[in-house]
Design a protein around this ligand. Structure first.
Ligand code: AHM
Ligand code: MG
Length: 337
């Protein structure tokens, strides 16, 4: 069939073009003539890891890898067998990429310095939560991998301690009813779905924007009594104004819903976790970059952008208010009022 000059036929319009994650990265790379492909190789390691972890999550019950290993991680949390497996997969995949200088994981107390050749050689630091929300696994609930990529700035392990606004890329993988990878390289947010029959992540959305006007909040209301008063005021207001409550107990699943449907996610300070529960560098920062790139907001408190927090420790925590910009502002109005 000859394609006549003029408007492109239906089959090659942007919205229906077949585009893998790999092709997407090559396309992005082509816009930077100085790019060496190092960064694309790191994303390919993350993509391969996600495929392996997705497979392990799907087969967990059959292969008897549910439940805990009987140890705790650095946060004092019980490690699930799959936490350890997922961590190992990411460490091995990223460890083989020359472009990675340092990796840091929720599951390891100390970062792993893979290559430290000082200034002059441009490499990256990759921080991740290998299996966020892993206690959902036993009940077949959604779990995910979250990652953040920073440029290695030649300061050894201190290179990790950069504010989230310096992230080069961030993303998450949701192992839900399908396996979804959401990615930003600082030019909007794109979404890919794993096609298990061909083993490739296929691009299904580009330039995602958080919808406004969704009357829904996501918070562990079991902690309500120990929330600062402003949060309780907001919840009272929302409940008097027809809001729905949605909470998956896995940040990746909650954030994914908010990215596609709108609303707000809250993890406030509590009596048990006075600084908040979520980790700044590999949970809050990557999600904050995604939210901002999709037109939303992520704050730690009124007028305190998560991405501007200067980290002092790899595993530090932060309160999180994240979602559609107008709803985050509404929460803040109650916090300040
Ligand atoms: P994890 O990294 O140990 O899995 O903990 C993080 C998870 C988030 O995914 C989720 O939003 C939150 O903890 C749920 O905490 P809670 O059970 O206190 O509501
Ligand atoms: Mg986590």
């Amino acid at each position: 069939m000859n394609i006549a000059a003029g408007a492109p036929p239906e089959s090659i319009r942007d919205s229906v073009r077949i585009m893998t994650l790999q092709a997407h990265m090559l396309e992005a790379q082509a816009q930077f003539p100085q790019a060496t492909g190092t960064f694309s190789w790191i994303l390919s390691a993350l993509s391969i890891s996600a495929k392996i972890i997705a497979d392990k999550v799907r087969r967990a019950r059959l292969e008897n890898v549910l439940g805990s290993v009987g140890t705790e991680n650095v946060q004092g949390e019980v490690q699930q067998k799959l936490d350890v497996l997922a961590n190992d997969v990411l460490m091995r995949a990223l460890g083989g990429r020359e472009g990675v200088a340092i990796v840091a994981s929720e599951e390891n107390e100390e970062p792993v310095i893979l290559r430290d050749d000082g200034p002059g050689v441009h490499r990256y630091c990759v921080l991740f939560d290998p299996l966020d929300g892993s206690s959902n696994l036993d009940v077949c609930g959604g779990v995910g991998t979250i990652f953040s990529i920073l440029s290695h700035d030649g300061r050894g392990r201190d290179s990790l301690l950069q504010a989230g606004s310096h992230q080069v890329a961030a993303g998450y993988v949701l192992y839900g009813s399908s396996t979804v990878l959401v990615l930003t390289i600082g030019r909007g947010v794109d979404m890919f779905v794993l096609d298990p029959s061909i083993g490739a992540f296929m691009r299904v959305e580009t330039g995602l924007r958080i919808p406004a006007g969704n009357k829904s909040y996501s918070v562990n209301e079991g902690n309500r009594k120990s929330f600062p008063e402003g949060y309780r005021r907001y919840l009272d207001w929302a409940q008097s104004n027809g809001y729905s409550s949605r909470y998956a107990g896995a940040m990746v699943a909650d954030v994914h819903r908010i990215l596609l449907k709108g609303g707000v996610f809250l993890y406030p300070p509590t009596a048990k976790a006075p600084e908040g529960k979520l980790r700044l560098m590999y949970e809050a920062n990557p999600m904050a970059m995604i939210m901002e790139q999709a037109g939303g907001k992520t704050l730690a408190a009124p007028r305190r952008r998560v991405l501007e927090i200067q980290p002092t420790a790899i595993h530090q925590r932060t309160p999180v208010i994240l979602g559609a910009a107008e709803e985050v502002d509404r929460v803040c109005a109650h916090l300040s009022g």
